[in-house]
Design a protein around this ligand. Structure first.
Ligand code: ADP
Length: 401
């Protein structure tokens, strides 16, 4: 069985084609700059050089066609015919309260996804456009939606409600949803395997740290809290997102800077975070380099990030009444020994202590235990694999259908 996994953003489309016999990736790629001046497809067949094709990509339908053509190309394709693709799995950011697991996409599901646009105006429209484009190009192939919010549907009500009048929840579904669920679920499962204990017996905090960062408390295998909220803007300070701030700051900035609701939303999502603090970059590699070279604001941005992560670990250990392991994943969590060290320093009260040598010598893309020998709480690095999770969910739903 071969399954195509698609993650569609507003101007990009990422894909991976899996061979489910051994969960291997036959090809992966990225279509960039959809709808902008000059688009680009980067396609990497397994074990071969990346092929780059530059051309005008006016919309997602053209992007999907480009991807499918690459997959069956005589020189760099990996299948002979599109009918070899058994199913397509789509990452969908926001499933609201409607989806607590992955679903086969049919017209009823599309209707609900469209309803979800109201609370996820930035995130769901590109996902829906991607689904529609694939449906048009591959009308007979089953498709599955896998939601970033689904894993967090186990949060207790007292954790997901905000201190707003109850009718805001009833009228507009305003509550915490939590995001990156596929990643948190995957790395928690892998962590349990490393620890050699059933996930249902463990208390784990997973830190998915990337351009967007979120932290989850997972008690007995279930998400009980996540740092992101109604949207992926809440939580720790991120690449360009502000994270949690006093809500009174929002109308204050709007008035002072003359911003509309849409403009302030854009501002908080795209101009803030470590980028806005440092004035250097949203990329943690650049921040670390600048801080090493004495840039005070880059150092401040890193300090803020690490401090806020620490506070979530402390509060989630309290919420779970204990902690067996913390797990680092995402571009920063997997790669930055500096950030991991900053977060884990002076955490011995909680039982967290890392071995400097192990932290510095983790192999990129590999799982690792970086705890010091006497640490009560294990600190693990686990590369995430959201695409494989989506492929596995897609396969099991399609097989059972
Ligand atoms: P996304 O949230 O878009 O999926 P990723 O999880 O791929 O992003 O994380 C991307 C981020 O990871 C980059 O912005 C960069 O800050 C960070 N990153 C990647 N490699 C390193 C590294 N070696 N050191 C520090 N940060 C890194």
């Amino acid at each position: 069985m071969k399954i195509l996994v698609i993650n569609c953003g507003s101007s990009s489309l990422k894909y991976q084609l899996f061979n489910m016999e051994d969960n291997s990736v036959l090809a992966k790629g990225l279509v960039e700059r959809i709808g902008l001046e000059s688009g680009m497809l980067k396609h990497t067949p397994q074990g071969k050089e990346t092929v780059k094709i530059e051309e005008n990509i006016p919309d997602h339908k053209v992007a999907v066609k480009l991807m499918l053509d690459a997959l069956i190309n005589k020189d760099y394709g990996v299948i002979d015919d599109l009918c070899e693709i058994s199913a397509v799995g789509h990452r969908v950011v926001h499933g609201a309260e409607k989806f607590s697991g992955s679903v086969i996409i049919n017209s009823d599901v599309m209707e609900v996804l469209n309803e979800c646009i109201e609370i996820a105006p930035l995130h769901n429209p590109p996902n829906i456009i991607g689904i529609e484009a694939v449906r048009e190009m591959l009308p007979d192939i089953p498709m599955v939606g896998v939601f970033d919010t689904a894993f967090h549907q186990t949060m207790p009500k007292y954790a997901y409600m905000y201190g707003l009048p109850y009718k805001m929840y009833e009228k507009y579904a305003i509550r915490r949803y939590g995001f990156h669920g596929t990643s948190h679920c995957f790395v928690a499962g892998e962590a349990a395997k490393i620890l050699g204990k059933p996930l249902v017996n463990l208390k784990i905090i997973t830190l998915h740290l990337g351009n967007g960062s979120s932290i989850t408390a997972i008690k007995n295998g279930k998400s009980i809290d996540n740092s992101m909220g109604f949207t992926p803007l809440e939580g720790v300070v991120m690449g360009t997102r502000c994270g949690s701030i006093d809500p009174a700051i929002v109308p204050f900035i709007m008035e002072k800077e003359g911003l509309s609701p849409d403009e302030v939303n854009d501002y908080l999502n795209k101009e803030c975070g470590v980028y806005g603090i440092s004035g250097v970059s949203s990329d943690f590699r650049d921040l670390e380099e600048a801080a090493d070279n004495g840039n005070e604001r880059a150092k401040l941005a890193l300090d803020m990030f690490a401090y806020q992560c620490k506070k979530y670990i402390g509060s989630y250990a309290a919420a779970m009444n204990g902690l067996d392991a913390i797990v680092f994943t995402g571009g920063i969590g997997e790669n930055s020994n500096t950030v991991r060290k900053m977060i884990c320093s002076e955490m011995d009260y909680l039982g967290i202590s890392i071995d400097e040598n192990k932290n510095n010598t983790t192999v990129r893309g590999k799982q690792g235990d970086i705890s010091s020998d006497d640490a009560k709480v294990k600190t693990l690095v686990v590369p995430t694999n959201e695409e494989l999770m989506i492929a596995l969910d897609t396969m099991s739903l399609v097989k059972n259908a």
